[in-house]
Design a protein around this ligand. Structure first.
Ligand code: SF4
Ligand code: SF4
Length: 472
């Protein structure tokens, strides 16, 4: 039985319910009347349940698919405008005691260089990131209670927040570490993290156990129930994700949305973000050995259907994806992008020698942050370095209610312009700066309230005069 409110993983991610959802979607994928009714509901912009969304994902009527893509694009515009929030991952340590068969950090990989940053090395990495213009990081570390205990993570967060190099500052640290205890989540909350991110990898229990043959991550229930413990520990914003390619994408899609429904039912807040990584080549990992890889068309459809199903949940695409693929999914629903990323431990300060590689996966989009920012602006997007919400206490249900009512836009758009201006002043190349300055000028009249417009104009002048960190 499917119980969104249950606290046991196998009840809120009920295998039977996923299978029934897949049969229902398959049986109705040509049912125009039902698809029209689902689309009509989706146009209310309040989202869809997993069954409805699964029907849209399976739908193979060309005309209806065009409507699905158009609606995803419209919802993206309505909720996120033309803004894209920028971030970068920071790998602290690749020591790991788990046996995940798709990740080169697995314990048995003796080829990969094992590295763990000292606090001094973290300082240097953070300065390198600040010098690129980043304000928002996602911390990554393998699971290893000896090498990467929670104290190490907490100390690293403190170090990161303390570094102020020139005009640089990391203002939001999101954390992607292994499932842990309520007590440790409380410590992370107290350290001032933004979002706690944990990818489920796959929701299919049997596959999950095979893909995680050894180590603490083998425990499906402990991993799947992690977000509930995080929320019990006071973390308001959590980020979900699956690694597409491990299991059938239709299964993952339905279960991912069920996980979101569960969080909403139990904690009153759905996921803050959803990430959609696809498996990539890495040190001793060949993506070809996994049978469930998805092509770019399917990937785009998944992004569009997630956008329609959970309009108020941010969607993240990393540099695992190529420039062309990122371009394709941006307008279908993606709201956050990484740029200039290094997926190795210590990779921002200097490139690694060939015989000492420590990266988690091959980066597909290898452009610099400046190139990514310029590319976004050339397409009419506003790259945003905004981190205002959690710093203003807009988290959890407070954030979600502003999001659902659409009011958050009144903060996002001005904040995007002010943080972009900071980037242009401090870090952009001359060509990027020129394009950006013109974009900011074009965008100011789009701020609806005159009072806010005046405030933004004043703050833009203050930024030109050397002041920083304005936010609404
Ligand atoms: S996916 Fe995470 S837990 Fe698994 S081996 Fe890689 S770093 Fe370790
Ligand atoms: S105002 Fe809040 S929701 Fe909007 S971009 Fe900034 S941090 Fe994100």
């Amino acid at each position: 039985m499917y119980h969104p409110k249950a606290l046991k993983a196998e009840e809120f991610i009920s295998h039977d319910e996923v299978l029934e959802t897949l049969s229902y979607a398959d049986a109705n994928k040509h049912n125009t009347q039902l698809i029209d009714a689902i689309l009509e509901k989706a146009r209310l912009r309040k989202g869809l349940d997993h069954r409805e969304a699964a029907v849209l994902l399976d739908c193979d009527i060309e005309e209806k698919n065009r409507e699905i893509y158009a609606l995803a694009e419209q919802i993206k515009k309505d909720f996120y405008g033309n803004r894209i929030v920028m971030f970068a991952p920071l790998y602290l340590s690749n020591y790991c005691i788990n046996g995940c068969v798709y990740c080169p950090y697995h314990l048995k990989n003796k080829r990969i260089a094992r590295k763990k940053l000292t606090q001094d090395e973290i300082r240097r990495e953070v300065i390198a990131l600040q010098d690129m213009g980043h304000k928002r990081l996602a911390l990554e570390a393998g699971e290893d209670p000896v090498n990467n205990p929670i104290e190490y993570i907490l100390e690293s967060i403190k170090t990161i927040y303390s570094i102020k190099h020139k005009n640089g500052a990391i203002r939001r640290v999101n954390v992607n570490i292994a499932a842990t205890t309520v007590e440790n989540y409380r410590k992370l909350r107290d350290a001032g993290i933004g979002t706690y991110i944990l990818f489920q990898e796959t929701y299919h229990k049997e596959s999950y156990e095979k893909l995680h043959p050894t180590g603490p991550k083998h425990d499906y229930a402990y991993h799947t129930e992690a977000m509930d413990r995080a929320m019990q520990g006071g973390i308001d914003d959590v980020g979900l994700g699956v690694l597409f390619g491990l299991e059938l994408y239709r299964y993952e899609f339905a279960a991912l949305l069920m996980h979101g429904e569960h969080l909403e039912a139990v904690h009153g807040v759905g996921p803050h973000t959803i990430s959609v990584p696809r498996i990539r080549r890495a040190d001793d990992i060949d993506p070809g050995v996994f049978d469930n890889g998805i092509d770019d068309d399917t990937f785009a459809k998944i992004v569009a259907c997630i956008r329609i199903a959970v309009p108020y949940t941010g969607m993240i695409v990393s540099t695992r994806e190529s420039k062309a693929c990122r371009e394709r999914v941006l307008h279908l629903g993606v709201s956050q992008l990484s740029g200039g990323s290094r997926t190795s431990v210590g990779g921002y300060v200097e490139p690694e020698p060939e015989d000492e590689k420590s990266e988690q996966f091959d980066v597909s989009d290898k452009r610099t942050l400046d190139e990514v920012v310029r590319w976004l602006m050339d397409m009419g997007y506003i790259p945003s370095f905004c981190t205002a919400c959690y710093r203003e206490g807009r988290t959890g249900d407070r954030f979600m209610s502003l999001c659902k009512s659409g009011q958050i836009q009144n903060c996002c758009h001005p904040n995007a312009l002010m943080t972009l201006k900071e980037y242009l002043m401090d870090y952009a190349s001359p060509g990027t700066r020129q394009i950006g300055e013109a974009l900011v000028e074009v965008e100011i009249p789009n701020i609806p309230r005159d009072k806010v417009k005046d405030l933004v104009r004043r703050n833009l002048t203050n930024i030109e005069n050397g002041q920083r960190d304005f936010r609404l």
